[in-house]
Design a protein around this ligand. Sequence first.
Ligand SMILES: [Mg+2]
Length: 164
Amino acid sequence: MKKVLFIDRDGTLVIEPPVDYQLDSLEKVEFYPKVFQYLSKIAKELDFELVMVTNQDGLGTDSFPEDTFWPAQNKVIQAFENEEVVFSEVVIDKTFPHENAPTRKPRTGLLTKYMNLKEYDLKNSFVIGDRLTDIELAKNLGSKGIYISNVDGLADGELSVKKI
Ligand SMILES: [Mg+2]
């Protein structure tokens, strides 16, 4: 059976842009320190399928046009591929929070494939993210959650990792 690491993007792999939380230009792409080192180790040494799961509020609307999103997204994906970190799927919800869409994290509408196919071992899979919704997603999938947060008292960019 396949185990999956569902990985959030903003605030987990790349720094969530302050102010507007929108990664909509190449200049805003900034990776967390050591993220390539750790993730390529995970990809190489552990037996997990890597799936990126990200909420991109209003993607495709005037507030976040797709053509401002994809150059940055493609850059992120390419940078990881260069380090042999390859995501088998990138799952993007484009709704706004107030829509309460069944597809938006922590809900599982875009992840039913993993829940329905017997080849996936969700019990031994993980969700990694920087928000409580990521941990709720783990619960909703029947997986385990790894909560990453920038905590006061740590230097900028330094992470604390807590397993929940
Ligand atoms: Mg996040």
